[in-house]
Write a protein that binds this ligand. Structure first.
Ligand SMILES: [Mg+2]
Length: 102
């Protein structure tokens, strides 16, 4: 997926714009767009957000935007996201023991 995104950017000469700062800001912006899809929904409505085809498309596309900028940021910085995620889960396993963190 990172190659797909890198190729997309390279074919458009967008590399110079994909600085870590710009990608981090774009990631936050897209996270805001995703959150906006849930704004003012009550908990039950938010759980059924994919029932409306138009809303489902909007949510899926904003999730893809967030994911693409995170992947692109990781690629530019040389971060192995799978390793980082496994490290973080291990940290959280110690921080929030399952038997005492309910
Ligand atoms: Mg978007």
């Amino acid at each position: 997926m990172q190659e797909l995104l890198s190729d997309f950017a390279e074919r458009r000469d967008w590399g110079p714009f994909h600085t870590p700062k710009n990608l981090a800001m774009a990631l936050v912006g897209e996270a805001g767009e995703l959150a906006a899809e849930f704004q003012w929904l009550d908990p039950e409505e938010s759980a059924r957000v994919l029932d409306d085809p138009a809303k489902a498309t909007a949510v899926r596309m904003e999730m893809a935007d967030v994911f693409s900028y995170l992947l692109r940021l990781a690629d530019v910085l040389g971060v192995d996201l799978e390793t980082a995620l496994r490290e973080k889960v291990a940290i959280n396993e110690k921080r929030f023991p399952a038997d005492t963190s309910r």
